[in-house]
Design a protein around this ligand. Structure first.
Ligand code: NAP
Length: 253
């Protein structure tokens, strides 16, 4: 890979690619021409299915175990991808969990799990990816935040804090790595139809739909299209940006 290698041929790693938004992102990046490493924490079979979807569309892909909470797991996953698909210069931090609860009853464990996964995980992967991106004089990092991180959500103090933290992390990284042509941006989805929202009560989904100006939940593919753009050549001059994909829910925050 040289500086002149088209952005679309750069090796991508997507955390949490076993389902939902991560799967759609992996497929969109594969369709754009990237070799794609599909990260999973617990569901190897589902990540293999994602990789199969990418390869069926003509791309190169492999499933890779990647628990973003563990720096050791992150290091092992990157080493695996470097040895098979090449150095990771496109990184999508999509892995995320919720453990909702009202603040007064939120346990330390609920707080730590959500912060460690959603925010600490991105720190681990970016720290591991940055040296190779700087050496390549090319990098695209996209961190998946949430509208909850920017307008707040009751019962989600941990999740909102982690997702807001991703913005600060991303902007520090954007400034630090800009001299090496590495961009770092944030995509903030609103309510999207995935396992995460399927787990919410029906009343929540109905109430949420009512607050979205476009009047519906979004799809993983609608988030993936924006992520793929931010990883493309066309987004070369976009860094430190927060791009909502939320049907107007946050009105740009
Ligand atoms: P999802 O269907 O619940 O999938 C979560 C993914 O994260 C799974 O692939 C899971 O892997 C992975 N994961 C969980 N813990 C992990 C860990 N410690 N290390 C690595 N991977 C881990 O989620 P989703 O709805 O597609 O959401 C994807 C991202 O978008 C999340 O960051 C979420 O916060 C954000 N988001 C979602 C919505 C929404 O409405 N769905 C809205 C705003 C933002 P395994 O299956 O292998 O365990």
């Amino acid at each position: 890979m040289t500086e002149s290698t088209p952005a679309t041929e750069r090796t991508a790693l997507v955390s949490g690619a076993s389902r939902g938004i991560g799967r759609a992102v992996a497929v969109a990046l594969g369709a754009a021409g990237h070799p794609v490493a599909c990260g999973y924490a617990s569901d190897a079979t589902a990540a293999e299915e994602t990789a199969a979807l990418v390869t069926a569309a003509g791309g190169a892909a492999r499933a890779v175990h990647l628990d973003v909470r563990s720096a050791e797991s992150v290091d092992a996953a990157f080493a695996d991808v470097e040895g098979s698909l090449g150095a990771v210069t496109v990184l999508v931090n999509n892995a995320g969990v919720t453990q909702d609860g009202l603040l007064a009853r939120m346990s330390d464990d609920q707080w730590d799990t959500v912060l460690d996964t959603n925010l600490g995980g991105a720190f681990h992967t970016i720290r591991r990816a940055a040296p190779k991106m700087m050496k390549a004089r090319f990098g695209r990092i996209v961190n998946i935040s949430s509208v909850s991180g920017h307008i707040g959500a009751p019962g989600q103090a941990n999740y909102s804090a982690a997702k807001a933290g991703l913005l600060g992390l991303s902007r520090a990284v954007a400034r630090e790595l800009a001299p090496r042509n590495v961009t770092c941006n944030v995509v903030a989805p609103g309510p999207i139809v995935t396992a995460m929202t399927d787990a919410m009560p029906d009343e929540w989904r109905a109430a949420m739909t009512g607050t979205v100006p476009l009047g519906r939940l979004g799809t993983p593919e609608e988030v993936a299209a924006v992520v793929a753009f931010l990883c493309s050549e066309g987004a070369a001059y976009v860094t430190g940006a927060l791009v909502p994909v939320d049907g107007g829910l946050g009105m740009g925050h």
